[in-house]
Design a protein. Structure first.
Length: 417
């Protein structure tokens, strides 16, 4: 498919995303009530799940997806929240397990979960907001905005290369055993870490999850705006979307705020610990060996954050209705750019794919005790969210089952960890 065809399809599908009605964004002065699940909604707005020809049977309460998740939870393979929303109205919302076992707090729809890599697209949206305002260009090189980078990075690697995952950069491994104690310490560490990157392939070459491709755009946001990445995203994305339960929470907040789910990490001997309360413990998994997400005082600029499931629905709709990006710039975010497979492509921080004849945008993330994923189905107005706080969650399988329920496609999972 040529680029003009893709752009045309993207414009048409964006027009069909729908608005924020029904996901908790209400007019000033409208009273709120708290449902049994803990979600604040406008009085009189808590309606039953919609039914009809646009609501596949498998997505409904008691349907195939609902039964599948319930079985996982019963087997101890899932603790967290799943949510399916159609055109802003909740079709399915289920919560399982404990947010904080020590305090006896259960997970519920209003619980905020760590996002890990599922929060990375916020950085791409921030960059495109600044491009929309004319404060930077996607063709700007790193050196246009930042100092201290090697000349071959500063002069040759562009913002487009970074956002599209084609920088050709390699970034050294992070020090996963370091326990951070302040926002400033985190910021300084990741600035220095990104500057140690090396060009290992010509810019324009697809890169395998280079950390610099996340860290450097966040630094550019800070350089252009004069504020921290965390504060910029909070004000210009979370606040504008009505994501009142979402933030870049710090470790002290993680320990004390009852609205935040704790990550339950499985150790080598099979025991399970609250990671944020046991910073001396690390994961035995070879993919994240020795890592503990609680050691970060705050997530690295450009990465992570915390969100509730309804907030991610709000974000999904805000991408399509002009709340955070004008529609042409939302096209730039989600346009298929780099082919990853027969019907799978890289966009700006968001893998996009064609599933059973319709587009899906998806981002997953994982850490010890953390699983997160959100899917947007712009052609049909669906948003699906999976947020978990234990190890052993079969996230790819869950994504596949969700996609099958929404689109009727055979379950195959998605990408974007």
């Amino acid at each position: 498919m040529d680029s003009e065809s893709v752009r045309g399809i993207n414009r048409r599908r964006l027009l069909g995303w729908g608005g924020l009605a029904g996901v908790g964004v209400v007019a000033a002065g409208v009273p709120l009530v708290v449902t049994r699940s803990g979600q604040a909604v406008a009085a009189g707005q808590h309606r039953p799940a919609p039914t009809g020809p646009d609501i596949p049977r498998d997505t409904r309460p008691g349907g195939a997806y609902d039964r599948y998740v319930a079985k996982l939870a019963a087997q101890g393979k899932f603790s967290g929240v799943v949510l399916l929303s159609h055109k802003g109205r909740t079709v399915l919302s289920r919560s399982y397990g404990m947010a904080d076992k020590e305090k006896g707090i259960r997970n519920h729809e209003g619980t905020a979960f760590s996002l890990s890599s599922a929060g990375k697209p916020f950085g791409a949206v921030a960059i495109l907001q600044l491009a929309q305002q004319g404060k930077l260009s996607l063709s700007d090189t790193v050196g246009t905005h930042l100092k201290g980078y090697a000349k071959d990075i500063a002069d040759r690697v562009t913002i487009h290369h970074l956002l599209s995952g084609t920088s050709g950069l390699n970034t050294p491994d992070e020090d996963v055993r370091r326990i951070f104690q302040s926002r400033k310490e985190v910021q300084e560490y990741y600035e220095q870490w990104a500057r140690q990157s090396k060009v290992v392939a010509p810019p324009g070459t697809p890169t395998d999850h280079s950390g610099a491709e996340v860290a450097i755009p966040a630094q550019i946001v800070e350089a252009v705006t004069g504020t921290t990445y965390w504060d910029y995203v909070q004000e210009n994305i979370f606040k504008r979307c009505g994501m009142t339960g979402s933030a870049f929470y710090t470790r002290p907040q993680w320990l004390t705020d009852e609205r935040i789910a704790h990550p339950y990490m499985t150790l080598a001997d099979g025991s399970v610990v609250d990671a944020v309360r046991n910073l001396d413990k690390g994961s035995p998994s070879p993919h994240v060996l020795g890592k503990n997400p609680g050691r970060s005082f705050i997530d690295a600029p450009g990465d992570g954050g915390f969100a509730t499931a309804p907030d991610l629905v709000r974000f999904g709709h805000a991408l399509g209705d002009g709340t955070v990006l004008d529609r042409p710039w939302a096209d730039v975010l989600t346009d298929a750019k780099i082919p990853h497979g027969p019907a799978s492509f890289g966009a700006y921080g968001i893998p996009v794919s064609i599933v059973n004849g319709q587009w899906t945008y998806q981002r997953a993330g994982g850490n010890p005790g953390v699983s997160a994923n959100w899917d947007i189905y712009p052609d049909t107005g669906w948003v699906g969210v999976i947020l978990g706080n234990c190890d052993g969650v079969p996230l790819q399988e869950m994504i596949g089952q969700e996609m099958q329920a929404v689109t009727g496609a055979s379950p195959g999972g998605g990408g974007g960890g």
